[in-house]
Every structure is written in structure tokens, then in C-alpha cells.
Design a protein around this ligand. Structure first.
Ligand SMILES: [Fe+2]
Length: 600
């Protein structure tokens, strides 16, 4: 029962490691945070070393290493797809074969070699979990539910692209699967590609663009989409009309010419500004995805009869879709594991092995779940901060007293300062949740563009996410449900909105962007939605106190919370990363633990 199990995901996108054992999750982290290479997919050597150090064990003390998917099944899918489509796609077959034959097919040997380098003394047994089982385990076993329906939706694993499971205690049973090439994730990614956002990581930009679309035009585009491109079935499964796609056989996602003919405008180039056509199309695919997710959830309800739902897989990161799903009330409780993408497979692989193979009892859930607020990454010591500060010679203050520190920080935020706030253990998953965050005043009408252009260096159409103490959520937002990981969106309450006129939803992208929408402009999207983080003292007392301190000065206990990084850079991990980012941006103050650092 005390066995340590190390889960890893690697070699595709966003490598990560996670260590579970002795009834808890010890650590989980993505490799990119250590190597500073965004979405680093290489063997997660640094993340593994860190996870082992957190438990104070060596690799020899690990009962098993579990990889998050099965490369042989993936290879089988590749071969069968090429065989069925031959001779189409021969060039991409030729291009991908050497990589498969060298590394991926013989992954076991590759992994064994990598572990040998990491620790020549150890020979941990190596196991492989199925991709969607890893996703399902990552969410159900981390949740506080004794029993739940589980829905996993992504681009593709080995063969599966979506799955419905039923979790009961330590059991997790697969009920139905949707298989490649039909995939809601690959469909969404195809639109991401068409609108020139980065495939496999720019999907959230597409989601952020959707509220600028016009509902009537989006409805017409959806009709066209469902006539030509994809069939949405009653149970939420889809059939993608393959002549429009090339991901099965080519090195591209879509048949560009056919898409251009269908939509009547060209694939967006990187230099082309976003226009109304792009926004309308973004809204159409977003609404289609929401409908597919809701239908799949209904099917999961019918198959399991459960009142609880657990979500994971890349599509579960679509917080607008999960927000809509919450609103329809199919399930009483919905839990989304924050690292729902493939990095989360490391957590799922470790948990699947622990519970299904070793028969370990379920983890102790702490109120909301077993993820401890998702603060599962590396922390830092005061000595480390001192060492970095000595090297830079920057002016700083040290606050012994926490109340004084939060009051000082809150006062500066209320004066309009942008503050880097770095505390304790780093977050697991793609969001900063108040330990590696940039914070600012959401009431300031200029804050969204100041943050976007001067600090984050990103597009100005995307608003920021708010953090609020859980007990104040309903004072500002419509949904009362806890959302500690920013995995769903909700609407800003009517009393905080400004009148925008009845025709506003049909207004164009620029009107929507320029119109003042609320008294919390930096966090209000053009459809009045916000991706809220609720904060509680049991998982993050410092951040909770800071929000309260800001509330007692301003009357609004809400802060802009965005990840501490610049565009295309991983979120900062160490005090040295934070200082570097602080100095290269226009962040006004940096709070590192109890140190407050200013610019000379
Ligand atoms: Fe996946």
C-alpha cells in the first residue's frame, strides 16, 4: 500500500512527471518549467528528479514507472491509417517512419536507457497505460467523488479520441469510445490551424476570439459546417467528412483549398489581422464543440446514472464549454482535473497503476479534491531569494509579518501597480493560481491593454481571468460553484455590467472591443463571461489574505490573475526565472516570498 509510483508523459507534447505513494500525491510538474522550453516534450529528466526529491527517495525505491500511453497501439493506428489511404500520404509516411523506427516504436528501450543515465543503480519496472485511461484516471482518482461518470475528450490517443468511463471506488471501467479519425479535438484544432493559431496550443486563443463572433452569422456558418464538414450524432459522437481533412495522411491538418471554397475566405496568414469573418467562424466551431460536449455528457449520464461527472483530455481545457455544461444541470457536480492536456497523463498513469493494479485505496481528498490546490510543483527557500538578490543588487524590502506584506502589496495594487507574486509551490497544469502569478487591479479600464502590450506581449483581444475569495464569488458572478483551477467560465452579474444596448451581441469585433462593458473591465469578455479562480484559505492562505486586503482597501476583493511569463515562454518556476521576467517587462514590483523587489 505504501508503494511509490512514478507517472510520466513524454515524446509528444508537454512532457511531465508525477509521483504518488503512501496515500498522497507528492509532486507533479511539467518539464518545460525546468528547461524553459515551452511544451518541451523530451524525456522529463528534471521533472522526475524534482518529484523524487520531494519525497526524499531514489529511483530504486520506486515500485513502478508508468508511461501515459501505449506506443505500439499508436504505431498500429499509424500503419492502418496509411494502409487504408494508400497511396495518399506516402510522403508523410516516409517522413514520420524514421522517427518511429528510431525512438517511438522501441520506447521501452529508449526509456530504459534514459533512466539508466538518470540513475545507473536503478532498474525500475516499466509499464504502459492506455492514453484515455490515463486521462480518465487523472480526473476520477484525483476527484473527491466515490462514484462518477468520467468523460475524456481530446485530439487522439492511440485510437480513441473520446471515452466514457464509470468510476466506482478504486474501479474505473471503460463504457464506450469514439475512435480516430473522428475527433472533436482534431476538428477544433483544424479550425485553430485555419485561423493561423498554433496547432496544439493556440486552441485557447480561438476560444477567446469566439465571443467577438456574431450569433446570426455563426448560426449560418454552423449550418454549412454540419452540412459539409462534420456530422454531429445524437450521442455527441462526430463523423468528420474526410475529404476536407489531411491529418490522417498528410503533414497538414486540413485540405486548405476545400476549406477556402467552403468558407469563402483564405486561410489566415500570420501577418493578417483578425477580422469579423475569423471571429464568426470561431464562434461557430466553439458552439459546435459545446453542443458535442453537452451531448456526450448526456450520454455519460444515461450510461452511468451518476450525479457526478469528471472531465479530462485536451478538450476539457475548453473552459467555455465546461461552463456551458455546468449550466445545463445534467450533472449535479462536475470536476475538471486542471492538467487536462497530455501533461496530466503523467498523473493519470501513476494513479491508474496505483489503484487498478496495486489496489491501493483512494487518496484522501482535501475538501475539493486530492490535488492540494494543484500546488504540486517546486518551492524555494529564503536563502535562494537572498542569493539571487545579492547577484542583481536590486533594491528590496523584507517583510517579517505576513499581514504587513499583504497590506503593502494590496495598497500598491490599488494604486495601479502591476505586481509579480511568487509564493510557495508552483502550480500543476497550464494556469497560474496565485503562486506564479502577475496580479493587477481589474477595475482599471486601461489594465487589459497595459498588461497585454507591456507585460504579457500578447494579442489585445483576450481579457484576463479574475481571482476572488470563494465566499465572494456570488457577489460578482452568477455561478456559485467553486472553480479553484479556472476550468470553467461564468457570467458577471448584471449589477456589475454597463448598459451596452440590445444589438451588442451582433456588433462587430471593434465595437465589442472598444465598448466599456463592466466596472471590472480587465476581466470581462465581450459576452460578459469570465474565467474565475475561487480562492480558499485551506489551499492558499496568502493569496486569499491578499484578495481580502485588496477588498478592504477598494471594496472589490477581486484581482486580475494572469500567469507569470511572457508570451511563448513557460511560466516562471524559480526566483531567478521570476527576476529575469520581472526585469524584461514593465511589471512594477516583484513579491518573492516575503521579499518585495522594486526596479531601480
Ligand atoms: Fe490526450
Amino acid at each position: 500500500m505504501d508503494d511509490f509510483v512514478l507517472g510520466i508523459s513524454a515524446y509528444y507534447h508537454d512532457a511531465a512527471a508525477c509521483l504518488v505513494g503512501k496515500g498522497k500525491i507528492w509532486a507533479a510538474a511539467q518539464e518545460e518549467r525546468f528547461t524553459r522550453k515551452k511544451f518541451d516534450e523530451s524525456f522529463p529528466e528534471h521533472a522526475i528528479r524534482y518529484c523524487l526529491s520531494e519525497a526524499g527517495i531514489t529511483l530504486s525505491e520506486v515500485r513502478a514507472v508508468v508511461f501515459y500511453d501505449k506506443p505500439l497501439l499508436k504505431f498500429e493506428r499509424l500503419l492502418e491509417t496509411y494502409y487504408h489511404n494508400a497511396p495518399a500520404g506516402f510522403s508523410s509516411f516516409q517522413a514520420s517512419m524514421p522517427i518511429w523506427l528510431k525512438d517511438k516504436l522501441f520506447l521501452k528501450t529508449t526509456l530504459q536507457k534514459a533512466f539508466k543515465i538518470l540513475d545507473p543503480e536503478a532498474e525500475p519496472p516499466l509499464y504502459f497505460s492506455e492514453h484515455h485511461l490515463s486521462h480518465a484516471a487523472s480526473t476520477f482518482y484525483a476527484s473527491a467523488f466515490e462514484e462518477a461518470a468520467v468523460l475524456t475528450i481530446d485530439g487522439v490517443g492511440e485510437w480513441a479520441t473520446a471515452g466514457i468511463y464509470h468510476g466506482q471506488g478504486t474501479q474505473l471501467k471503460s463504457l464506450v469510445e469514439m475512435k480516430f479519425p473522428d475527433s472533436v479535438g482534431l476538428l477544433y484544432t483544424s479550425f485553430t490551424y485555419f485561423l493561423c493559431f498554433k496547432v496544439n496550443s493556440g486552441e485557447y486563443k480561438l476560444m477567446g476570439l469566439a465571443p467577438y463572433g456574431r450569433p446570426e452569422q455563426a448560426r449560418q456558418l454552423r449550418q454549412k459546417m454540419e452540412k459539409e464538414l462534420v456530422t454531429l450524432h445524437h450521442d455527441g459522437s462526430v463523423t468528420l467528412h474526410q475529404p476536407y481533412f489531411q491529418y490522417a495522411t498528410g503533414l497538414r491538418m486540413i485540405h486548405e483549398k476545400k476549406w477556402e471554397q467552403l468558407w469563402g475566405f483564405p486561410v489566415r496568414s500570420s501577418s493578417e489581422p483578425l477580422n469579423q469573418n475569423h471571429a464568426d467562424l470561431a464562434l461557430a466551431i466553439q458552439q459546435f464543440t459545446e453542443e458535442a460536449v453537452i451531448r456526450m455528457a448526456k450520454t455519460a449520464k444515461e450510461l452511468t446514472g451518476s450525479k457526478n461527472l469528471c472531465l479530462a483530455g485536451g478538450v476539457a481545457l475548453n473552459c467555455v464549454a465546461t461552463g456551458k455544461l455546468e449550466n445545463c444541470g445534467i450533472f449535479e457536480n462536475i470536476y475538471t482535473q486542471p492538467a487536462s492536456g497530455d501533461a496530466g497523463g503523467a498523473l493519470g498513469a501513476a494513479l491508474a497503476f496505483s489503484h487498478l493494479y496495486l489496489k491501493t485505496p483512494r487518496l484522501q481528498a482535501n475538501g475539493y479534491d486530492a490535488l492540494q490546490g494543484s500546488y504540486l510543483g517546486p518551492s524555494f527557500s529564503e536563502k535562494e531569494v537572498e542569493n539571487v538578490l545579492l547577484k542583481t543588487g536590486l533594491p528590496f524590502q523584507y517583510f517579517k509579518n505576513l499581514e504587513e506584506l499583504v497590506h503593502f502589496t494590496a495598497s500598491n495594487l490599488a494604486e495601479g501597480k502591476i505586481i509579480g507574486w511568487v509564493q510557495g509551490r508552483m502550480e500543476w497544469g497550464p494556469r497560474a493560481l496565485g503562486n506564479r502569478s502577475i496580479l493587477a487591479d481589474p477595475r482599471n479600464p486601461k489594465m487589459q491593454s497595459i498588461l497585454n502590450l507591456k507585460t504579457k506581449h500578447r494579442e489585445d483581444f483576450r481579457p484576463f481571468a479574475p481571482a476572488v475569495p470563494l465566499e465572494y464569488k456570488t457577489a460578482f458572478f452568477e455561478s456559485a460553484a467553486p472553480s479553484p483551477y479556472m476550468t470553467t467560465t461564468t457570467l458577471l452579474k448584471a449589477e456589475h455590467r454597463l448598459p451596452v444596448g440590445e444589438q451588442f451581441s451582433q456588433a462587430d469585433i471593434n465595437t465589442k472591443l472598444q465598448t466599456p462593458k463592466s466596472n471590472l473591465p480587465a476581466i470581462t469578455h465581450s459576452d460578459f463571461s469570465a474565467r474565475v479562480q475561487t480562492v480558499t484559505p485551506d489551499t492558499n492562505e496568502r493569496f486569499w489574505k491578499l484578495l481580502h486586503a485588496f477588498g478592504s482597501i477598494t471594496g472589490t476583493p477581486v484581482l486580475v490573475n494572469t500567469s507569470f511569463n511572457v508570451n511563448e515562454e513557460p511560466i516562471v518556476a524559480t526566483p531567478a526565472d521570476a527576476l529575469r521576467c520581472f526585469l524584461s517587462t514593465e511589471i512594477d514590483l516583484l513579491v518573492l516570498g516575503n521579499f518585495v523587489i522594486s526596479k531601480p
